[in-house]
Design a protein around this ligand. Structure first.
Ligand SMILES: *Cc1c(COP(=O)(O)O)cnc(C)c1O
Length: 453
């Protein structure tokens, strides 16, 4: 890029733009990394330097950037029809994607409701569950159970069931009340990480059992007031990449069925192969009552999300108009045809390339390489991985802003890293090769060496 253009853009960035999840003062004297091009799993800055996109551009990218088939799908769709509304009108991409999603998601989910980001997919699930119980003759069931360290998005309903204190505590006066239970996830975060439970010792012994006990007690005491339990299946992502056993998810499913509350699975982050299975619920062989999907849905090219529900839920809304059971919710860009077309093409690539089989091998390689190259470093704890996600804790002094240090040092080693507090993680595109995985881990080891970790 012309250096004058680059300088002008960065000056305007500093003057006009407010970036998400960013303390803007960090960039008062330091430029944001200006990305000009992205291809495969690499990002290229305005000077032509390459960086590994180790977090899949905020967990959305699946097949790498600039995939020719995905670009072609958008081109063909935009030539045919750009965007039309999805209320009173319907269209082929929206219909075909819904049918495909019902086919590939866990059994029992039969209807697809579109929105355009993960947070709204969660809002839809919460509102559907709430309205379902009203229309099913149980209007007292109107609150939710959520997990400590959970993250379900940034809109106020999603924040109401959010368990990351650093993001959510401030907004509590604006939120509806819901029941928080301990996280089933391990490892228990270090001091300095985003969340550290008050009863860390008890939780550390067996976090999953500790969490399930709390859910059972709440349901025994007040299932009549509870509409649903919302969880991120297998992996609490933004709360610190905390993994929990499939058995805990299975038991949670059983508790929800036993006490007649909805299980809401938020697979916005973990869906579409990231954990090694197409959907994380499959690790436990469970079907939720409501399923939220976004991020990887369009392979990371277009904003789109869906909330799927069971026929039982759908039927509670299906009646004569006069009964006032309509679900009055919708977004301007509902079912956007460009996004639906690219999502369909992404799912065809999964099939044509046997992608989940590749992920199986890549995931084993990631786990082995992290163990081999990072496992014996002195200030690394909680090394863990599931599918294309790997994480560990940086045991640095709390006053050190170690995540930010790692981000800056990573850039010097051709890595785009963005740790969550003290948790450094990889969230790799599914197409990442074993050779690239080894190289990413080697470069990360060099970063840690420089940071004396
Ligand atoms: C990112 C995320 C969301 C929110 O999605 P947005 O598209 O950022 O609104 C919801 N749930 C989970 C589990 C997420 O990781």
């Amino acid at each position: 890029m012309d250096p004058k253009v680059k300088a002008r853009l960065l000056e305007q960035d500093r003057r006009y733009v407010w970036h998400p999840f960013t303390q803007m003062k960090d960039y008062a004297e330091r430029n944001h990394l200006l990305i000009e091009r992205a291809e495969g799993i690499y990002l290229y800055d305005a000077d032509g330097n390459a960086y590994y996109d180790t977090i899949s551009s905020w967990w959305v990218n699946v097949h790498g950037h600039a995939h020719p088939r995905l670009k072609q799908a958008i081109r063909e769709q935009v030539d045919r029809m750009d965007h039309v509304m999805f209320s009173g009108l319907t269209h082929a991409p929206g219909i075909e994607l819904a049918a495909k999603l019902v086919e590939i998601t866990p059994p029992g989910l039969s209807r697809v409701f579109y929105s355009d980001n993960g947070s709204t997919a969660v809002e839809v699930a919460l509102k559907m569950s709430f309205q379902y119980w009203k229309q099913a003759g149980k209007p007292s069931k109107k609150t939710f159970i959520y997990l400590e360290h959970s993250y379900h998005g940034d809109t106020l309903g999603a924040v109401s069931v959010g368990g990351v204190e650093q993001f959510h505590a401030l907004f509590r006066p604006l939120l509806f009340t819901a029941h928080r239970v301990p996280s089933p996830g391990a490892p228990v975060p270090l001091p300095g990480s985003f969340g550290r439970p008050a009863n860390a010792a008890e939780a550390a012994a067996d976090p999953a059992a500790h969490s399930l006990r709390a859910v059972r007690e709440l349901l025994e005491a007040s299932a009549d007031d509870i509409a649903g339990v919302i969880v991120e299946p297998m992996l609490q992502a933004a709360g610190g990449m905390l993994l929990y056993p499939a058995e805990a998810l299975r038991e949670l499913r059983e508790l929800c069925s036993q006490f007649a509350v909805h299980l809401i699975a938020d697979e916005v982050a973990v869906g579409f192969g990231r954990t090694g299975a197409m959907f994380a619920c499959a690790h436990a062989g469970v079907s939720p009552d409501l399923l939220c999907l976004s991020k990887g849905l369009t392979a990371g090219l277009m904003p789109l999300s869906v909330t799927l529900c069971t026929d039982d839920i759908y039927q509670a809304f299906y009646d004569d108009y006069e009964t006032q059971k309509t679900f009055f919710h919708g977004h301007s860009f509902t079912g956007n045809p460009l996004a639906a077309a690219v999502a369909l093409e992404s799912l065809r690539i999964f099939e044509d390339e046997g992608l989940l089989q590749h992920v199986g091998g890549a995931a084993r390689h990631l786990a082995a390489e992290m163990q081999r190259q990072l496992g014996s470093r002195p200030r690394i704890t909680g090394l863990r991985s599931l599918g294309m996600v790997g994480a560990f804790e940086l045991d640095a002094a709390p006053e050190r802003r170690i995540g930010f240090e790692a981000y800056l040092e990573g850039l010097k080693h051709g890595l785009f890293l963005r740790p969550l507090g003290n948790t450094l993680y990889f969230w790799l595109p599914l197409c990442t090769t074993q050779e690239q995985i080894s190289d990413i881990v080697t470069r990360t080891a060099a970063v840690l060496e420089r940071l004396e970790l």
